[in-house]
Structures are given as C-alpha cells and as structure tokens.
Design a binder for this molecule. Structure first.
Ligand SMILES: *Cc1c(COP(=O)(O)O)cnc(C)c1O
Length: 398
C-alpha cells in the first residue's frame, strides 16, 4: 500500500458526464428545484427499478422517509413500526410527525426486521391501543435485503402500508425484484457516500402517477391549484435541485458498474478473510437474497485478540463496541485505512429511550453493534486496496 494514500470507507465516484448535465442546466437557465434534469433523473430511476413505479426526486433520503409516512396517513399520536437497527434517519421522521415509533429487532440472517417479532409487535400494539399501527418501515442495512416476502405478507394481513427504507439498498434484490418496489413507498438516498450521489438528495418510489402527484404537492409546500398562494395542508420544501439532479443523471450512467464493483469487493473480502479465525464476513444468507453490498461488513468473535486492545480498556460509555472492535478500528486508522462501527440500534439511543421495543433474548442488533465493523467499499476501493486491508487485518488479529 502506498504510504501517502488513505483507503477510505466510501468516496463518491463521478462517472464523467455529471458536469455536462450541470452545464446544460446553466445554459438552459434551469437553476431551480425543477427542470429537465429532475425529470430525466426520475425517468432513469424509474427504468432502473423496472418501470412499474413512479419516482419523485427529493432533497434527501430523510425527506423521502418523511413524505412516505405522510403518504401512509401517519399523524400525531399514530404508531409506526420501524426496524431498530438502522441510521436515525429511518425513525426521526416519525417524531417530526408527532407520531410514536415502535422499534422492532432484527433477525440474524439479514440483520434486518425480524418478521416474527414484527407480528408479535403488531398483535401487542393492537391489543394495547385498540388501533392498528399506520406504517411499517423495514431497512436494507448496508444494502442487505430484508425478508421482503414475509414482511409484505404480514403487512397485507393487517392492512398496513410499508415504507421500504432502501437508502442503502439501490440495486439490491429479493427474488430478482428490486428493493423499494415491494411496499406502498420506497426510499432512496443519494447522499455523498451512498451507492450513487447527487451530492445530497433522495427519491420516493411511489405506486402510481396519482400518488406521485399527491406527494409532489407535499414536497412543494402544499400549494393549491390557484393563481395565488393558497394553502390547505402543511407542506415542505423537499424538491431536488435541477443542478443536483444533473449529477444524478451522470451517476445513473455508472450505477450498474458501481453496484457490481461493490459486489466484487464483498466477494474478495469474503475470500481473503475466510481463513482468519474469529472473523466472519457477512454474505447473502440465501440465493433469494441479492445484496448490493453498499458496505462490506465483518463481525469479530468477542474472544479474538487484536493488537493494541489492552490500551482500549473498558468500553467508553453504556453500550459501545467491544474493545477488540475499537482496537481494530484504531489500528487500521493508524495504517491509513478508514473503517466504521455499525449503526447503534435505536432502542439503545437516548433519543429513543422511551420507545417501545420488541426484541428477544438473542439481542441480534445489540450484539452486532458490539462486534461488527464496516470496511472500505466504495467505487474507488481497488482490488489492491482490499488486499492491503485484509493483510493488515490478518497482521493485527494474531
Ligand atoms: C442515509 C440513510 C438515510 C437518509 O438519507 P439522507 O439522504 O442522508 O437523508 C435513511 N435511512 C438510512 C438507512 C440511511 O442509511
């Protein structure tokens, strides 16, 4: 590994045509949150996702989650079932609406929402409140698909719409079908470090043109169809800029390449790390499940000793990653390799301390949080980089 080059977790990777689309936006005077790039980007995404769904490009993935919940009719006081093991953006919009998050534990194969615990939560919430939760939000963590068939079956049985948080899952598939196209709504993120980027942005996958029009209304300050400014609903300024959408159009030209690169990197990690005792690489748990491997992830056996671990001492704070994980992150960082701990589950977050949580004695997400880390995976991580990372891990874990 070159001394002066750091291997980063995930850097954006321009495909080359982004500036052409941006230049066009300037030449045609479309420096606005609407225009030909927004329309074109939505078309590109629609085609990418199989052509059956409508796409609304918005300013962030978080905005898309918020709009999806609005589209499900979530209001103050309603309950929403959300996967606990996720980034805060899956859940925070529930609070934006004054609704109540109900957190659901993950299952061990996909690390995503456990369908059995989802059912347990549904039965218990209906029994306690006499009302049915308004939405279900599963998350494709690090790109890994959830058990889409079981979750959809459960949601249909109880008549509850699903908002799929696929912010990390662009290009992931369950039984060949693109993630984000199973539920009533799907969410994509184009933040700087996601599978593709618009520098910042997101998309709401909608079931039909009428729903898209309705969600566009909420994303543009709920302005009524009048020649003056008339507002009957509470709206938001959530539309994607035509300049940023130009980046997105350029990125769509290389989205397929990005996805296969991430998948190749994951395979190489699995191959190179398979003989290191105490390290498990997370792979597709079954042939029905096809992850985009947005980030490659490993789990460390708590017994595994990592060089420098003694100096970590007791984990800092109430629920933190194990000392060997923290030591590995620190030692890799010293060697110029950026890694990251897993998302800390929402039921362990002070912000969601009071939210009801449906888990079991397996404590899947808490254990993963304590034992896992994310490895460099972006489109700029080369085969040589992966080898260097694996060699370094091998050296440190002896
Ligand atoms: C990134 C992310 C989001 C939010 O997307 P932004 O575009 O950053 O607002 C939502 N959910 C998950 C799981 C994410 O990783």
């Amino acid at each position: 590994m070159a001394q002066n080059k750091r291997i980063l977790l995930h850097l954006a990777h321009p495909g080359g045509k982004e500036l052409d689309y941006i230049r066009q936006a300037f030449e045609d005077d479309w420096i606005a949150p609407l225009g030909p790039n927004v329309d074109g980007f939505e078309e590109d995404l629609k085609e990418f996702l199989g052509g059956e769904k409508e796409i609304l490009a918005v300013s962030s993935g978080t905005a898309a989650v918020h709009l999806g919940l609005i589209g499900c009719g979530v209001q103050a006081g309603d309950e929403v079932l959300v996967q606990s093991f996720t980034f805060c953006a899956s859940v925070n919009p529930v609070l934006y609406l004054g609704a109540k998050p109900i957190l659901v534990e993950s299952e061990k194969d996909t690390w995503n929402m456990d369908p059995d615990l989802l059912e347990e939560a549904l039965i218990d919430r209906i029994k306690r409140t006499g009302r049915t939760p308004k939405a279900i939000v599963p998350v494709s963590l690090y790109g890994m698909p959830y058990q889409a068939d079981k979750i959809m079956k459960m949601a249909d049985r109880y008549g509850i719409p699903v908002v799929e948080d696929c912010a990390e899952g662009l290009g992931s598939r369950f039984e060949g079908q693109a993630l984000g196209t199973f539920g009533r709504f799907g969410v994509l993120s184009f933040n700087g470090n996601k599978m593709i980027t618009t520098s910042g942005g997101g998309a709401l996958i909608c079931p039909d043109p009428e729903t898209k029009a309705r969600m566009l209304y909420f994303a543009t300050q709920a302005r009524g169809p009048f020649h003056y400014y008339q507002h009957e609903d509470l709206g938001y300024n959530y539309r994607l800029s035509n300049v940023c959408a130009g980046i997105g159009r350029g990125q769509m030209l290389v989205a397929g390449e990005h996805i296969s690169h991430h998948q190749r990197v994951a395979k190489l990690y699995a191959y190179l790390l398979k003989d290191i005792p105490g390290i498990t690489v997370h792979g597709n748990p079954s042939p029905r499940i096809d992850s985009n491997f947005w980030l490659s992830t490993i789990v460390l056996d708590p017994q595994l000793r990592v060089q420098g671990q003694e100096s970590i001492g007791e984990p800092p704070g109430p629920s933190a990653p194990n000392a060997n994980v923290l030591a590995l992150i620190r030692q890799l960082d010293k060697a110029g390799i950026e890694t990251r701990p897993f998302w800390k589950p929402m039921h362990l977050q002070p912000l969601y301390h009071d939210a009801p949580f449906y888990g079991n004695s397996d404590c899947v997400s808490e254990n993963l949080f304590k034992t896992g880390l994310c490895l460099p995976s972006g489109p700029r991580v080369s085969e040589e980089d992966v080898k260097a990372v694996c060699n370094m891990i091998g050296d440190l874990c002896r």
